[in-house]
Design a protein around this ligand. Structure first.
Ligand SMILES: C[S@@+](CC[C@H](N)C(=O)[O-])C[C@H]1O[C@@H](n2cnc3c(N)ncnc32)[C@H](O)[C@@H]1O
Length: 625
């Protein structure tokens, strides 16, 4: 099969050809399961098990790994996993034929974000798991004893139970009869579950596109700020609870409304942040209407319950307090706010509750209020097991909150780099982390945030400059023969070319390139089930003297068709539908051009259109023969 494989440099050859092939030639699996992966939601992270394979193959015990875009600390976790690899990880290394010496590695991570560095530091330096579990259990017991009444709900037969979650609904105005109607009543049907984009007025029968129905707003007194505010009018739509082991759902009752009224009289805890949101790229005029401060992302019930849990955690100190806060925050923004959603899945009778949509701060017209205590109990099990996996090893991970454009490490002190930098304009990390950072009362300095951001005035040129500074630091601190593995994905040729210029200007060149599959499931499922998506993985080494003057020549669009057709033909010959898919072929094309030190000539969407016209199964031969 035709794959990106330039001339190997002397140093890349020092690793066995078989290991290089196993790591970079075939798509390597990046499963999205396990307690370390599931401990804290953070956008675009990779599973530590997959990174551990790269680290184990590229380093030996005692070596130090660096990641200048540390995020939630997965590279650090992976370094620690090398000391105590799971049975699955050992088997995977054997299956791939990797030449690996398991044993403790150290890591240094730089992460600009206040939240990311807090997550990474806590996860890679956990407290005693037994002490953590006991303290968290104590917090839950006192929380449920004192505040559990806020989630009380009666089942349809009147027996006392507790709320699992509650779906709220925006109120809309019928464009015809002008009645105020709940979005739920106008657009949702159950059995089978469906959220329609069409508005159908239950009062007058008028139908229209949902967007034509104006959102109703209301005035409310905000006792955190001590002022009136305008926000979207909402009503309770459906209540989901449990009584003993029995789960139930029903329409809201007067008792549910009375409970909400009673909670309105409860004081807001003092620790609740009064933080004005510095809205940027993620602000949307529609669904963020009235959301100016962090506490506006909560129902009053969940704001009070979470605030009181935060205060209880504050009674502890040191690493135990950090671990408890880590646990609380792991459920906070993604599950405890009104960004939590329901989705309609095909053939399901009822709507399915999910978490916040990753990578944005989207608030749907049907926001969900979850039971914090139930969610925290579930998270406790995952986090305690994650801490148990990591605690007590010999490997050391240092997480620095700071910019990797300015690294305080001596030159030539690092053995290997593994990193996944921000993908252009994909995610504004600092803006996304603001809610959780407000609770920690520590914020990200966005000046060096290496993203494309209209709000921050960072176009592709500024992004490239920041990447160049960061990669130059990585090159400086790496030993002369040290390698860097970089995972990256973009649908934009301009972003790929900025990345290429940045690593070349920093003194790196591609020595090998492959694809990493980010997919649900175990290693085996991923490698055998024909996964489609694949993020390019580049192995970078020091740029050779004789190449120092070579500029990247642009590949031509004609080259794209020739290379893509050849890749597709090879995939067809090997009966490998995943390799023949548009997404995978684009990743392979990118690695082809980067490996040949050429610029990427085409955006993904243009390529996908060509793929649909020329490379679908029925037209395979006309395009490639
Ligand atoms: C793709 S994420 C990395 C995810 C990471 N692998 C993980 O385990 O979660 C990129 C990270 O780079 C960080 N970042 C952006 N600019 C930075 C800079 N100049 N220095 C350090 N970190 C930066 C972002 O805050 C973000 O967390």
């Amino acid at each position: 099969m035709l794959h990106a494989q330039p001339n190997l440099s002397q140093t890349a050859q020092s690793m066995s050809e078989a290991s290089l092939d196993a790591l970079y030639r075939r798509p390597l699996a990046a499963k999205r399961t396990g307690v370390l992966y599931g401990a804290f939601p953070y956008p675009t992270k990779i599973s530590p098990d997959s990174i551990a394979l790269y680290i184990a193959a590229h380093t030996k015990p005692g070596d130090t790994v660096f990641d200048g875009f540390g995020g939630s600390g997965t590279t650090g976790l992976a370094a620690l996993l090398c000391e105590r690899p799971t049975e699955e990880l050992r088997e995977e290394a054997v299956r791939l034929g990797l030449d690996v010496q398991w044993g403790a590695r150290n890591a240094v991570l730089y992460e600009l974000g206040a939240l990311g560095s807090f997550i990474g530091r806590t996860l890679t330096n956990p407290p005693d798991p037994i002490a953590f579990r006991k303290a968290a259990e104590d917090l839950l017991v006192s929380g449920e004893t004192e505040d559990g009444w806020m989630y009380e709900a009666h089942d349809p037969s009147g027996a006392k139970g507790s709320l699992r979650h509650l779906i709220w609904s925006d109120n809309l105005r019928c464009p015809d009869c002008r009645s105020v109607v709940a979005l739920w009543d106008a657009c949702v049907s159950l059995e089978p579950a469906k959220i329609s984009s069409s508005f159908s007025c239950p009062k007058c029968g008028h139908t229209a596109p949902q967007d034509n129905a104006e959102r109703v707003t209301v005035q409310e007194y905000d006792d955190v700020l001590g002022e009136q505010r305008t926000l979207r009018g909402r009503a309770m739509a459906r209540v989901y609870g449990s009584t003993g082991k029995k789960r139930w759902s029903r329409l809201p009752t007067p008792a549910d409304l009375t409970l909400v009224k009673k909670i309105e009289a409860e004081p807001i805890p003092k620790c609740v942040p009064q933080a004005l949101i510095p809205w940027g790229d993620l602000y949307r005029k529609g669904y963020h209407q009235g959301i100016t401060h962090v506490h506006h992302f909560y129902t009053r019930r969940n704001l009070i319950v979470f605030g009181r849990m935060w205060e209880r955690a504050g009674c502890y100190s040191g690493e135990l307090r950090d671990a408890l806060r880590f646990w609380l925050l792991s459920y906070n923004a993604a599950h405890g706010t009104i960004m939590t959603r329901v989705v309609a899945k095909s053939a399901q009778k009822d709507l399915v509750v999910t978490s916040a949509q990753p990578g944005v701060l989207y608030v749907s017209g049907l926001p969900v209020e979850k039971n914090f205590f139930a969610g925290l109990r579930r998270k406790l099990t995952t986090i305690a097991r994650a801490f148990e996996t990591i605690h007590g090893g010999n490997g050391k991970v240092e997480v620095v909150q700071g910019s990797s454009c300015d690294v305080r490490l001596p030159s030539g002190s690092i053995d290997y780099v593994f990193t996944d930098p921000p993908f252009g304009a994909n995610i504004p990390y600092a803006e996304l982390s603001f809610i959780n950072e407000a609770w920690l009362n520590t914020f990200t300095n966005r000046a060096d945030e290496a993203i494309v951001s209209p709000d921050q005035g960072k176009a592709i040129g500024e992004y490239q400059k920041l990447l160049t500074r960061s990669f130059s630091e990585a090159r400086r601190i790496l030993k002369p023969s040290g390698k860097a593995t970089m995972v990256f994905h973009s649908a934009s040729a301009a972003v790929w070319n900025a990345l290429q210029c940045a690593y070349q200007d920093a003194g790196f060149d591609v020595e090998y390139a492959g694809v990493l599959d980010k997919k649900q499931g175990s290693f085996k499922q991923v490698t055998t089930a024909g996964a489609v998506r694949g993020d390019p993985v580049l192995l970078l080494g020091a740029r050779r003297e004789d190449k120092a003057g070579i500029e990247s020549n642009a590949g031509t669009v004609e080259d794209v068709w020739t290379v893509a057709a050849a890749l597709h033909r090879a995939a067809a010959a090997e009966h490998d539908p995943a390799e023949a898919s548009a997404q995978r072929l684009y990743s392979r094309l990118v690695t082809h051009f980067l490996s040949h030190h050429q610029q990427v000539p085409i955006d993904a969407d243009v390529f996908y259109r060509w793929h649909a016209e020329h490379l679908l199964p029925g037209v395979l031969h006309s395009a490639v023969d």
